[in-house]
Design a binder for this molecule. Structure first.
Ligand SMILES: C=CC1=C(C)c2cc3[nH]c(cc4nc(cc5[nH]c(cc1n2)c(C)c5CCC(=O)O)C(CCC(=O)O)=C4C)c(C)c3C=C
Ligand SMILES: [Fe+2]
Ligand SMILES: [Fe+2]
Length: 341
């Protein structure tokens, strides 16, 4: 590694600032072994699975990893970006990185890149690359609007685990969760307003569906649940809509334990019976569309709702690399870089 490092004391003019976008990660391919490798890394993270290791290890290795990769692989295959031969999460994160790099191009000392918590490109490989490029300051940008131990914390943990192995330490900052940042609320609110205006029906209800987690994590102090509710309330206030026009639900249940309620799938099943037959739905916990939005909501959720008697269903995409979404990321990153630029 030392062969690839810049001089011990690069002149100040040659020192660089790294901006590292972090997201969750995704399999390299949809086959059994690729999905299994990804799920094994993901589901072995004690920040994600708090079940004691002695109990979780046999369950994961003997049961879950023998059946889940096939099921998830099938779901990934339905949303795979064939042109790029990659998962949408990877393709979109790459585009966000390129767009941010272009927006920061006026600062020739700023290097923008991205890394994943699980899978590729790994946080280790990208942090090592940044150090080799002369980054003496690094801003970690976990792309999760709401803070959770299962996402924000573990993304930062991974980066610090890598830094632990480096003798030379860059100065490091982490971007906070942005669930109530006025720029996020405005951007999300605009995407809902414009998304709804573009529909050929008027939704009775707009559902904000957040990724779920076991209720025990909330009980142990994870702030995610409260931050999800606050995001939806602030967006409702920004839009000036009646309170009952927007609803919070939680999706992606995993395993037999009780997760945060109300569940998205059960809600979509029940709404038509209550006279709510036209819905629009979006997933504000995701900064990029992925299996959980494109397959679980836009495909499965749609089928559930229509089969239960719903008439109109629309999925409003994540902010992704849209102009508004990139204005927001650029704005937040520039604020965190204050004093460094
Ligand atoms: C098992 C526990 C899980 C918790 C807790 C959890 C929290 C959580 N996850 C996200 C964001 C994403 N999750 C994604 C996929 C995904 N999540 C879990 C499990 C938990 N997530 C699994 C097993 C999977 C893999 C897919 C599957 O097999 O169903 C993704 C998408 C990845 C992709 O490749 O497209 C994202 C993004 C948040 C925000 C969150 C917070 C509570
Ligand atoms: Fe997840
Ligand atoms: Fe899912």
């Amino acid at each position: 590694m030392s062969d690839h490092l810049p001089p011990a004391h690069p002149p100040v003019k040659e020192q660089k600032i790294g901006v590292l976008l972090l997201n969750l990660g995704t399999p390299d391919a949809t086959d059994y072994w690729s999905v299994r490798r990804y799920l094994k890394e993901f589901l072995s993270d004690p920040r994600v699975i708090e079940t004691p290791k002695w109990l979780w290890w046999p369950l994961l290795n003997l049961v879950i990893l023998s059946v889940r990769p096939q099921k998830s692989g099938h779901a990934y295959a339905q949303i795979w970006d064939k042109e790029e031969n990659a998962s949408p999460l990877l393709v979109i994160t790459r585009k966000q990185t390129a767009a941010l790099a272009e927006r920061m191009a006026g600062h020739d000392n700023v290097v923008v890149d991205f890394a994943m918590r699980y899978g590729n490109p790994s946080t280790k490989s990208v942090l090592e690359k940044m150090q080799a490029e002369g980054c003496t300051k690094i801003l970690l940008v976990p792309l999760y609007p709401q803070n959770s131990a299962t996402t924000t914390a573990t993304a930062n943990d991974k980066a610090f685990d890598v830094l632990k192995t480096m003798r030379r330490q860059p100065a490091v900052r982490t971007m906070p969760a942005y669930f109530e940042d006025p720029k996020y609320i405005e951007t999300l609110g605009n995407s809902i307003r414009d998304g709804v205006a573009a529909l050929d029906f008027e939704p009775d209800l707009v559902i904000t569906s957040y990724h779920g987690m076991p209720v025990t994590y909330l009980e142990r102090g994870d702030v995610y649940h409260c931050q999800c509710y606050k995001t939806t309330r602030l967006v409702q206030e920004y839009l000036g809509w009646p309170k009952d026009k927007l609803m919070v639900t939680f999706q992606s249940r995993f395993g037999p334990t009780k997760w945060l309620e109300p569940y998205t799938d059960k809600t979509l099943e029940a709404l038509p019976g209550k006279g709510v037959k036209k819905v629009a739905i979006l997933a504000p916990a995701f900064s990029a569309d992925c299996i959980e939005t494109l397959e679980e909501i836009s495909m499965e959720g749609r089928d559930t709702f229509l089969e239960a008697g719903g008439e109109n269903f629309a999925y409003i995409p994540c902010l992704n690399d849209s102009a508004g979404g990139m204005d927001m990321i650029e704005d937040m990153v520039r604020r965190e870089l204050a004093g460094w630029l």
